[in-house]
Design a protein around this ligand. Structure first.
Ligand SMILES: Nc1nc2c(ncn2[C@@H]2O[C@H](COP(=O)(O)OP(=O)(O)OP(=O)(O)O)[C@@H](O)[C@H]2O)c(=O)[nH]1
Ligand SMILES: [Mg+2]
Length: 417
């Protein structure tokens, strides 16, 4: 673990503590630990050094005493600010954007995620190219935390054109992958199945919810997705086909988590990964209700959705980890579910709610289908959830659960006694 100092400017924002707590979590997720947390009240950042002169001197002293190797700031800084701070503190400076990019970069597994992160990183780097840090990073320990910004690389004379070429090349490759994705997604849409997407803050329990629902619906272990207590465990969208016991099917997708101040370039780069969210018929926003900042997290999630152009979607607010929060669960109030993704009764409640929302208006009806209309009987059997069939002298008396459209289609056979 690499010792670092975190620092932020408090300019009367209500959620400053939350942002600083989150910065500490991001630091941990990047294999670093906070040895000192420096906060300053300022109306606005100092243009040359971001923090005030006194604070910078204080940080330089703390760094000498603690051996901290990085100063991590809770904001996106200008290249000049970073350079000046590095000079004045004599340690490497990392801003919130670069930290998040670094974590994404270390987590990316699929080709698509790797390309998306690299594009975002190169775009971050573009305006910062001229900055040649003259501080010396401790190569060995720094390389662990900053795999992509070692002392070696910063010395490389990467010129703007090389970077631009690389971005163009990667964008073309991404487009190719997107095309394949598009084909898959089109064939899914052709299947006409309604789709549901799990979205929300990182570490809220989206993947655990996905796995819980999967095991409720099928015993195939191979369909399970990766879940772990860490930020940004999931970077790729996984889509699974689920089927209720009565054969009603839908698609469920698990997606990358959000965080406040998610770098714009990253959101941009992950648009294709998040396409499933845009196309979904229903969203499930998973919230860690045991987190004291749950409210802010909901606001951030809704804001990010807006940024992605996702508006007015039907959405279940799924308050997860009720066990940890010591709340009563599972309970449902309208579109709000309080539950635990690790609890079967909770998952059954969620599944019921999904069913009610995706397949509204289904009702149990009786149809008497004359033997001469055999093809209607066949249709009813293959399309509806048939609960019972009796053979009478005039035809087959079928009890089935049908959609409004099906009820209309078979209306001339409705049985009344
Ligand atoms: N106590 C408790 N822990 C839970 C519950 N649901 C999930 N967790 C834990 O929360 C952690 C994060 O879960 P994930 O499902 O990986 O979270 P995620 O939302 O997919 O996170 P990212 O993929 O990083 O965005 C894991 O350690 C889970 O075991 C719950 O109901 N109760
Ligand atoms: Mg996940």
């Amino acid at each position: 673990m690499i010792p670092v100092i975190t620092a932020g400017i408090e300019a009367q924002q209500e959620n400053f503590d939350y942002l600083m707590d989150e910065l500490a979590e991001l630091v941990k997720a990047n294999n670093m630990n906070v040895v000192a947390d420096v906060r300053q009240r300022l109306q606005k950042p100092v243009s040359a050094t971001y923090l005030g002169k006194g604070k910078v001197t204080e940080i330089a002293e703390i760094a000498r005493e603690t051996g901290a190797q990085f100063l991590v700031l809770n904001d996106e800084l200008s290249p000049t600010q970073i350079r000046n701070l590095e000079k004045d503190t004599d340690i490497a400076v990392l801003d919130r954007t670069e930290l998040i990019l670094e974590i994404f970069s270390n987590r990316a597994r699929s080709k698509e995620a790797q390309i998306q992160v690299e594009i975002a990183r190169l775009k971050y780097k573009m305006p910062r190219l001229r900055v040649a840090p003259d501080i010396k990073l401790d190569q060995q320990s720094a390389s662990g935390a900053l795999a992509n910004r070692g002392a070696g690389e910063t010395k490389l004379e990467l010129n703007r054109r090389t970077l631009q070429n690389r971005i163009s090349f990667l964008s073309r490759e991404l487009k190719q992958i997107d095309k394949e994705f598009e084909i898959k997604s089109k064939s899914r849409r052709k299947s006409n199945l309604p789709s549901v997407a799990l979205i929300g803050y990182t570490n809220a329990g989206k993947s655990t919810t996905m796995n819980g629902l999967l095991s409720l619906f099928s015993e195939e272990e191979t369909k399970q997705v990766f879940e772990k207590d860490m930020l940004f465990a999931t970077l790729d969208t996984s889509v699974r086909n689920l089927s209720f016991p009565d054969n009603k099917q839908f698609l469920l997708s698990d997606t990358v988590g959000f965080i406040s101040k998610l770098p714009h370039n990253l959101v941009e780069a992950f648009k294709s990964t998040l396409a499933e969210v845009k196309e979904a018929d229903l969203l499930i926003q998973v919230i860690d209700v045991s987190d004291p900042h749950a409210k802010e997290m909901i606001a951030t999630t809704n804001q990010t959705l807006e940024e992605l152009g996702v508006n007015n979607k039907k959405m279940i607010y799924a308050y997860n980890k009720a066990d940890k929060a010591e709340l009563n669960y599972p309970t449902i109030e309208g579109m709000n579910l309080t539950y635990s993704a690790q609890n079967t009764a909770s998952l059954e409640k969620l599944a019921d709610l999904i069913k009610k929302l995706l397949f509204p208006g289904y009702q149990k009806m009786k149809f008497l289908i004359p033997f001469a209309s055999g093809k209607y009987l066949e249709r009813l059997n293959s399309q509806a959830n048939v609960l019972d069939t009796e053979y009478t002298v005039t035809g087959s008396l079928v009890t089935a659960e049908v959609s409004p459209v099906q009820a209309q289609y078979f209306s001339k056979f409705i049985y009344s006694n």
